[in-house]
Write a protein that binds this ligand. Structure first.
Ligand SMILES: Nc1ncnc2c1ncn2[C@@H]1O[C@H](COP(=O)(O)OP(=O)(O)O)[C@@H](O)[C@H]1O
Ligand SMILES: [Mg+2]
Length: 284
């Protein structure tokens, strides 16, 4: 590659994260291409781009953008495969398990009847999740069979067939918080606790969860790097649960990670670190 690296930030809904990433590209002296994927035509022809940083909120827009750039010979971060693996919780837990990472006890039913059996296996209380979703949406706490029936009835009404799949997990009695780490390449750049707000059982920042800096111990670093590898992620965030006996469980991996909460709580300049990594990847 001669001259300045050309970095594309592909987005559908620009958030604070995308704005900070764009600023970081300019600050590093790289050439910035901002692509609103809602208006862009992907031709699969050779382009002058070196790397596409995929920042789409919509999972399928993210996967398709990454794949189309890869098809045109452009490195995508994350790769389409990685966004796919991290974006579907069935695929993620399967990869995490095959990499021998500890996860909450999980049973999956691909329709309501099978899901009811999965619930019997896991026991109550349980958590019922659809394969795709974020910000805690459609994640249900199932305290009894009536809760499950209601969740199943609502899922039956959703048009997508994959939404009829239920991921049933043991309910982990979290200490009012979970842990979120961010991995960039081979480095875990920071960790936060997300304390749940008093009016929700989930810890998502989008639901009022409060980010507070967490200490990154060796075990958390190791588990985070292994989880990122399990889904082939370059830039990912990892959700980790602490159990009452003091061990860690990996909950999920996000392939288009939000990081404003972590930035605020830790002071780590995440966008700068991401762009440093993206630029370094153009030299490899
Ligand atoms: N097995 C579980 N036990 C206890 N709490 C859970 C469990 N699974 C999810 N949660 C809570 O729900 C939140 C959202 O679940 P998650 O699987 O991370 O989905 P999302 O992709 O919507 O963030 C988690 O951050 C956590 O607070
Ligand atoms: Mg989550």
């Amino acid at each position: 590659m001669a001259g300045k690296p050309v970095i594309e930030i592909a987005f559908d809904t620009p958030r604070l994260e995308e704005k900070l990433l764009a600023k970081a590209v300019a600050a590093k002296g790289a050439e910035l291409r901002l692509t609103n994927i809602k208006q862009n035509v992907f031709t699969l022809q050779k382009t002058s781009l070196d790397v596409c940083l995929v920042r789409c909120v919509s999972l399928y827009s993210a996967i398709h953008t990454a794949a189309l750039r890869e098809g045109a010979g452009v490195r995508s971060i994350n790769s389409s495969e990685s966004i796919f693996l991290a974006g579907d919780k069935v695929l993620t837990v399967s990869r995490l398990r095959s990499a021998n990472l500890p996860i909450p006890r999980t049973a999956v039913g691909l329709n309501t009847r099978a899901a009811e059996k999965a619930l019997e296996k896991v026991g109550l209380p349980a958590v019922d999740k659809p394969p795709i979703g974020s910000w805690g949406r459609l994640i249900a706490l199932v305290r009894d069979i009536d809760d499950f029936k209601l969740v199943a009835e609502h899922r039956e009404m959703l048009p997508s067939s994959y939404m009829k799949t239920h991921i049933i997990q043991e309910y982990i009695d979290l200490p009012n918080r979970d842990i979120r780490t961010i991995v960039i390449g081979e480095e875990v750049v920071g960790a936060i606790y997300r304390y749940r707000s008093s009016n929700d059982w989930r810890t998502n920042v989008a639901l009022g969860g409060e980010p507070v800096q967490a200490f990154l111990n060796d075990e958390l670093v190791e588990i985070s790097l292994r989880a990122a590898k399990a889904v082939k992620g370059d830039v990912v965030s990892i959700d980790v649960f602490e159990t009452t006996d003091g061990s860690y469980l990996v909950n999920e991996v996000n392939g288009v990670p939000e990081f404003k909460g972590l930035m605020k709580a830790t002071g780590v300049n995440v966008p700068e670190k991401i762009i440093d990594y993206v630029i370094a990847s153009t030299r490899r």
